[in-house]
Structure formats: C-alpha cells, structure tokens
Design a binder for this molecule. Structure first.
Ligand code: PA5
Length: 449
C-alpha cells in the first residue's frame, strides 16, 4: 500500500541541499534522545510507540462503549479543549459528510457536537437549547480534570442530561476520559459510576489523539479506529529510519528548521479540501504549543484554499517574505463529480466540460504553488493518497514524530506548555477562585492603579 509522501523540491531554491544533508547527524541525535528518553520533557514520551502498543482488547473496549452511546443517543457532545478536543474534531470532520449536520438526527448514527473549548455564553445557551428535545450523551475529556472551560460546560450538560434522561440513563450515556487518579473529572466519574477511560500519564494532551481522547469520539462518530491506528503504526515504522531522505518526519523537521534559520519564521499549513480545516487546527496546536518557547519557534498558521486565496492569497504572494507553505494535498477524492456541458455556454465554462472538479482543484493547487514559489515562498508538499482513517493515522504520527524531532532541533522542551498557565492565573485571581487570594489582591491593586 502507498504511504503519504513528503516532497521538499520546492524549498531547494531557498535552502541548499548540502546544508539540509548536514542535518542528518543532528536529526539522528534527536531521534536517539527521543528513543532513549534522555531529553527535555522525557516523562511525556508515551506517544512515541503508542500506535504499536495499542492492544486489540483496548480497541474492542472503546468500540463497545462507542456502541452504547451510538445506540442510545441522537447527539453526543464531546467536552474538551486543546489536546482534549482538536484531534477528535480533526479526524471526525475530515471523515464526515460536509452536510452531516443538516441530516436527520437519529440514534444509531449520532451527530457529534463539541463544547468545553470556549466560554461563550451564547454558544452554551444555543447548544443547551438545541439539546432540549434531543436524546444526548456526553464524553467528558480532560487529562487534568480541572480545566475551567471543560468543567463549566460539563456542569451544564451533566445537569441537563440527568434532568432530561433520568439519572440511570445519564449514567449510561456519560463517559469520562481522564487521569487514572487525579482531578475533579475522575472524582465525578468514580462517584457517579460512569464508564471511564484513562489518559496515560506519559502522553501529553496534544499528542493524545491515539488514546481514548481521540479514539472514543471517533468511534462514536462511526469511523474505523483500527484503520486509524494501523495507519499510525505504518508511519511509526517508516519514521524510525535514520536515513534523512527516507524518513519523512526527519526530513520535514530538518527542512522547516533550516527554513527558520533562513528567516522563514512562519509556516502556513495549506489544504485544498475544506474537510481538513480542523486537521490544520490540530496541527497548529501540536507545533505551536510544542515549539513556541524561550522566545523561539516557527509560528504555525493555516489557510483553506482556494477559499483563502481570495483573502490571504494577496499577503502570501506579496507580503513580508518570512513565510513558507506546507501543502497537505489529497490525491484522489472519495467521490466523483464532472463539470457538465452547457449548450449556451453563457458562463464560458465549457472549456472545463467533462473534467472532474478535482482536476480544476489540482490545477488551482499547482498554479498556486508555482506563483507562490515565484513570489519567494518556499513550498513543501505532503501528498495523501486519499482521505480515509488509515492515511489520517499516518498523517497524525508523521506530524507528531516530526514535532518531537523539530522541538529538539530547536533546543526547546516540546512536551510542556508553561506559557498556558499565565492567563489561567489571572482569570482565577479575577474570579476570586479559592486558593488565589494573594493573586486576587495583587491583580486588583494593578487594575486600580
Ligand atoms: O496539549 C496540552 O497539554 C493542552 O492543550 C491540553 O490538552 C489542554 O490544556 C486541555 O487540558 P486538559 O485535558 O487537562 O483539560
């Protein structure tokens, strides 16, 4: 079977092949550091060999729980934020019919909605209103079990689910994915007798999509988690190679770091398939939270083309030359649609008649690549044979491994996120959370100045 492939040819007018080749020993050292667990953040390396260590028994347990939710719910709300949200959403949106949300809601094929990733009062009001006449269930996902956004949404949803469906049914359709021992989500799950899954201690949030964090919601949505894991397993093998040119994760890590050293401070992840929008969001979190430290790190951004060619396209073509692009390109769409012939040809589109829509899309992609490279934007391309669970699994592991290597090349700890705490401390102080009395006083004094 074909695998995803990385092509870096269109970066070589900007960085030299020789310089890139010189990364081989450095990348090898980073890979060894990951394997031996001798680097920064080494207590969070559980993702490295996660795909090959997932057992059939675990997958069967996840599938059986998913089946309970599928049979008893028209809607399942997945509560979580950051790494406890984006991976599941990325895969579900990539695999779903774009108009699934407009179709009839029925038990057996529940609609998946997301909450706990914002504190929008209107969002939560509208969600809870929508759920008023729905048989809904909840997957509450939080590794720490204390994240405010998620806990707040779960408090609202739990109360509503129990009120609408009764305590007994609520116990059946609420599932927790959290730490084995710590946190309020664990305490609640144990006390209420919810089915629960454990997020391994040594897997950080943004590397957790192949744990129950991602696998359970994806299974509830009706997608094949075995194939997802198989794809990741395949990439685990491919990305073990110490040969830079044969290991796509290593080559991607080396290329982006060399581009960074040459003033390309912003990476734009590009798709030409709107279904990949949330995959880009997952990728931004993976690289942003892993590398943006010590006043270093490539800024990860993303665009949906060709939509954004009509907005950000101008900036990319002629703005500041500090960017490069990585295009995630799906080779073959899952459905076929051809441009019809029109006898009158009023729109002048008969030159496209008989062509597949994807052929037009591919020419937009090629035309864009040529234009952007001419405009001074290096371009990498990750080709994905088609959008299915297997290749999404490959993509996930490819980017995770690249992120680990890339973070070590940059000499940061890719597995922590100390910067995320700053806003929380202020928010808790402003809300007078017990335990934050000193911070509350200090922040009030600062605001009253
Ligand atoms: O990558 C991370 O560790 C974070 O983005 C977390 O996933 C996010 O903050 C949510 O944390 P938790 O799962 O503890 O609620």
């Amino acid at each position: 079977m074909e695998n995803i492939k990385l092509n870096i040819e269109k970066t070589l007018g900007f960085i030299s092949k020789e310089k890139l080749a010189s990364y081989e020993p450095k990348v090898k050292a980073c890979m060894e550091t990951l394997e031996k667990g001798t680097g920064l953040g080494n207590d969070f390396l559980g993702w490295l060999h996660l795909p090959s260590s997932i057992t059939q028994e675990h997958l069967d347990d996840l599938k059986a729980t998913a089946q309970v939710l599928r049979e008893n719910c028209e809607v399942v709300v997945v509560a979580g934020i950051g790494g406890s949200y984006l991976g599941a959403r990325a895969v579900i949106e990539a695999m779903s019919d774009s108009f699934a949300w407009l179709k009839e809601k029925k038990a057996g094929q529940p609609v998946i909605l997301f909450a706990g990733h914002n504190i929008g009062e209107d969002y939560l009001y509208e969600l809870t209103t929508y759920l008023q006449d729905k048989k809904f269930g909840i997957i509450n996902i939080s590794k720490s079990g204390t994240t405010t956004e998620t806990a707040l949404a779960f408090r609202l949803l739990k109360e509503q689910c129990e009120r609408q469906r009764g305590k007994e049914m609520a116990r059946k359709v609420i599932v927790a994915v959290t730490d084995a021992k710590k946190g309020a989500a664990r305490t609640t799950a144990d006390k209420e007798g919810y089915k629960s899954f454990i997020i391994p201690d040594n897997v950080g949030g943004r590397f957790s999509v192949l744990t129950p964090v991602g696998l359970l919601p994806i299974a509830v949505a009706g997608f094949d988690i075995e194939q997802l894991v198989n794809g990741a397993r395949e990439m685990e093998k491919v990305c073990a190679s110490e040969n830079l040119m044969e290991n796509p994760s290593a080559l991607y890590a080396a290329t982006r770091n060399e581009l960074y050293q040459n003033g390309k401070k912003i990476e734009i992840l590009v798709n030409f398939q709107p279904k990949l929008h949330y995959f880009m969001e997952w990728w931004k979190q993976l690289f942003g939270e892993s590398e943006g430290k010590d006043h270093k790190g490539i800024y990860p951004s993303s665009v949906d083309f060709s939509t954004d060619l009509h907005s950000m396209g101008q900036w990319i073509q002629e703005g500041e030359r500090t960017i490069y692009e990585t295009v995630v390109s799906v080779e073959t769409p899952n459905h076929e649609l051809k441009v019809p012939t029109d006898a009158e040809n009023l729109d002048g589109l008969n030159f496209l008649a008989g062509k597949r829509i994807d052929e037009v899309n591919k020419m937009a992609e090629l035309g864009t690549q040529l234009a952007h490279v001419d405009g001074g934007v290096p371009n990498m391309r990750v080709s994905v044979p088609m959008l299915n669970e297997f290749y999404l699994g490959e993509l996930i592991y490819f980017f995770e491994k690249a992120c680990g290597i890339s973070g070590y090349l940059l000499e940061v700890n890719p597995f922590n996120q100390p910067g995320v705490e700053a806003y929380k401390k202020n928010m808790f102080a402003l809300l007078n959370k017990p335990g934050y009395e000193a911070e509350s006083k200090a922040i009030q004094a600062r605001l009253n100045k």
